[in-house]
Design a protein around this ligand. Structure first.
Ligand SMILES: NC(=O)c1ccc[n+]([C@@H]2O[C@H](COP(=O)([O-])OP(=O)(O)OC[C@H]3O[C@@H](n4cnc5c(N)ncnc54)[C@H](OP(=O)(O)O)[C@@H]3O)[C@@H](O)[C@H]2O)c1
Length: 262
């Protein structure tokens, strides 16, 4: 490894390991990355699986991603900044830029909110600039976090809405998948067939939606023949107020995110 790593990832848990795996798969030199992890067992497995340097101690780097639990992120950021690293990305849910900047005043801090599909390289991460950040810092954060999916920029005031939509969104879709699975079995399909149908349905529809420039409403209309089967199913969703239920669910999640951030 070079004397000063290009990137320090503090916390080699789910997110930290997924990020480093994505960077190495995407062509980053493993020798330019150092992971800091306090758990010795995890250190051994990370070093074997990722091929990067794994350390018990925070060292100075060109930039750092802090991927520890929210309760630890301010204290860890202070140590990272104290080691001389001036560019820090925090991915902790609910920890504000103000709190991070108070803990690590010498650093330029980017706050990021990834979501769980980052674990398979298909996440969406929103990033917000701290008060000292410039365009280079944001571009750097984008270049690192894009290893695990799409990156969008938002003002920090929109982070609660991002959390309610993209952070909690996988949970909403998994609930819908559960309901589809139950309904498929109730309609007489064997559980293994129902399971295969529902899993592939979400993948296929997701790929179609992500790869299209059309709004979801247009894609829906295209698969809905007048008086056909899809129309019959959709009419039930509309009659039950699905759009209103979704709006209320997202509102509740955003409200909870604001409460947790206080
Ligand atoms: N998972 C998600 O889908 C998701 C989504 C959005 C945001 N996030 C954010 O991502 C962050 C990490 O989440 P995660 O799911 O990856 O958590 P995780 O699996 O618990 O990973 C955190 C890792 O950091 C280690 N650690 C704790 N303190 C440390 C320190 N001082 N120095 C070095 N390593 C330290 C932990 O070790 P120990 O286990 O021994 O404590 C653990 O291995 C959280 O702040 C979370 O809010 C996660």
């Amino acid at each position: 490894m070079s004397a000063v790593p290009r990137l320090l990832v503090v916390g080699g848990g789910n997110m930290g390991a997924a990020l480093v795996g994505g960077l190495v798969d995407g062509g980053w030199d493993p020798g330019s990355i150092c992971v800091v992890e306090i758990d010795p067992t995890k250190r051994e497995s990370l070093s074997a699986s990722l091929g990067v340097a794994v350390s018990a101690e925070i060292v100075a780097a060109e930039g750092a991603v802090v991927a520890v639990k929210p309760a630890d992120v301010a204290a860890v950021s202070a140590v990272v900044a104290g080691s001389g690293t001036t560019r820090i990305v925090s991915i902790a849910a609910g920890v504000t830029l103000a709190a991070l900047e108070t803990a690590a005043p010498s650093a330029r801090i980017v706050r990021a909110m990834p979501n769980t599909p980052a674990l398979v390289g298909e996440g969406v991460t929103a990033i917000s600039a701290g008060s000292a950040c410039d365009e280079d810092d944001m571009a750097w954060a984008e270049s690192v976090l894009s290893a695990v999916g799409v990156v969008v920029r938002v003002p920090e005031s929109q982070m609660d809405a991002v959390t309610a939509v993209a952070g909690s969104g996988p949970g909403y879709l998994f609930l819908f998948a559960e309901a589809m699975l139950t309904a498929a079995i109730d309609e007489g399909l064997p559980p293994d067939v129902a399971d295969a149908l529902v899993r592939q349905l979400f993948r296929g529809a997701g790929v179609l939606l992500a790869g299209s420039s059309e709004p979801p409403a247009v894609l829906r209309e295209r698969v809905t023949s007048p008086n056909g089967t899809t129309a019959a199913g959709l009419a039930r969703f509309e009659a039950a107020g699905l759009r209103d239920i979704v709006a209320k669910a997202v509102r509740a999640a955003a409200t909870r995110s604001r409460e947790m951030g206080r």
